[in-house]
Ligand binder design. Structure first.
Ligand code: ZN
Length: 399
């Protein structure tokens, strides 16, 4: 029989039952009725709090946030939302920001303190910054390896074809340690849908890595681009390894058209990331889930050049997704919770996620009656455990 190193006693699980959870070697080795957990080297009393898997921060930008830096006022676009102009504003702001690694560390600690233990961050890799940002964030990732798992996406923020040298840099980024190759509005930014996707999927195929593309395009152009990404994913047998982040255009379609394209996305095994952003239309979460599409989430920008919002709290993000989606029933609220937990794990291809024997002992305690209440109340005062070890409580990382 496995020796239990730490026994977490009297934890309330999502199904309402009270359990003792045994952990050894960073994994859950037993789940027993409360009081029946047996002998253990150490006991941690969960005291009836709700215990859920660590949140999945599925889309963030560790390199470009100003969180923890001085306040940098938001500059609006001069003629409606324009990605080119936002990128230009970002370059101006980055020139006067605090050192990147300091900002990244503060943002990471914010996320962990709120219960995120798995993360995917996009990091700029393009002709404007080369591999410098990636090198910095790779070091930060190493320093935080014991408290959060981080996937990095080589993200061509200045375009691929319109930023000389970027195709080679994206390839080199994978060699350096990035886990996935990114993209950005292939048609509207580079004005060459096929040329852009040739590079992205070319690197993915050559290096054997997944793809995560930012797609802000609205309307027909957005939907058409989604269909093209679906076709390439299927052609290359990359089902389960491709993400489209934002996909605002899916929120522009009527229900029939959205169901039709949703079926294609599901068949291609593509996950859709949404953060239920401000005043933009965004993908219809319930409709897509009903079509079998995996929808997950992330904070995306936190106090950066794109907007001043974001607090690193994926439970708060679930509330926002539920709020903007008109989710009221317990089933709908639980779906919003799934978006920031299990669906995120699926999108990121995580092994050993969840509260189950054999899974990683990565979990968060919440002062809530059950999951639906947690989504609407967003309780703080959480305890966060990574591999069975306390890594954050009362809103701060403990190391
Ligand atoms: Zn983003």
């Amino acid at each position: 029989m496995t020796v239990i190193e730490t026994l977490f006693t009297n934890a309330k699980l999502a199904d309402g039952s009270f359990k003792d959870i045994g952990v050894a070697g960073g994994r859950i080795v037993s789940i027993s009725p409360a009081g029946a957990g047996g002998e253990a080297g150490r006991r941690v009393d969960i005291a009836g709090a709700l215990l859920v898997p660590g949140f999945v921060e599925g889309h963030i930008h560790l390199d470009t946030s100003f969180y923890g830096d001085r306040w940098i006022p938001h500059k609006p676009c001069t003629d409606g939302f324009d990605v080119h102009q936002r990128v230009a504003f970002q370059a101006e702001n980055m020139a006067m920001a605090a050192p990147m690694d300091e900002r990244a560390r503060k943002q990471l600690e914010l996320c962990v303190s709120n219960g995120s233990l798995q993360m995917r961050s996009h990091v700029m890799v393009d002709g404007s910054v080369g591999l410098k940002s990636l090198e910095t964030i790779l070091k930060v990732r190493e320093d935080y390896r014991d408290i959060i798992d981080i996937q990095l996406v080589a993200f061509p923020q200045s375009g691929i074809l319109s930023s000389p040298g970027t195709p080679e840099l994206l390839d080199a980024a994978i060699g350096l340690g990035a886990d996935l190759v990114g993209g950005l509005d292939p048609a509207s930014f580079d004005r060459n849908l096929d040329g852009h996707l040739d590079v992205v999927f070319g690197v993915a195929e050559r290096r054997g890595v997944g793809v995560d593309i930012h797609l802000h395009d609205f309307g027909t152009l957005g939907a058409f681009t989604v269909e093209e990404i679906c076709a390439r994913t299927v052609a290359l047998g990359m089902q389960g390894r491709v993400v489209i982040s934002h996909a605002y255009g899916l929120g522009d379609l009527d229900a029939d058209a959205a169901r039709h394209i949703g079926a294609k996305i599901a068949a291609a095994g593509i996950s859709i990331m949404t953060n239920a952003p401000g005043d933009h239309v965004f993908p219809p979460v319930a409709l897509l889930r009903a079509e079998g599409v995996n929808v997950f989430s992330g904070n995306d920008n936190i106090r950066d050049s794109w907007w001043p919002y974001g607090d690193g709290d994926m439970l708060g993000r679930a509330m926002m997704i539920g709020y903007r989606s008109g989710f009221y029933t317990d089933e709908e609220l639980s779906a919003a919770f799934d978006v920031v937990t299990a669906a995120g794990a699926k999108a990121l291809g995580l092994e050993g996620y969840g509260i189950a024997v054999g899974a990683k002992a990565d979990f968060v305690t919440l002062d809530a009656e059950h999951v639906p209440e947690a989504v609407v109340a967003v309780p703080k005062g959480r305890r966060v455990f990574k591999a069975g070890r306390l890594v954050a409580e009362n809103g701060a990382v403990v190391r």
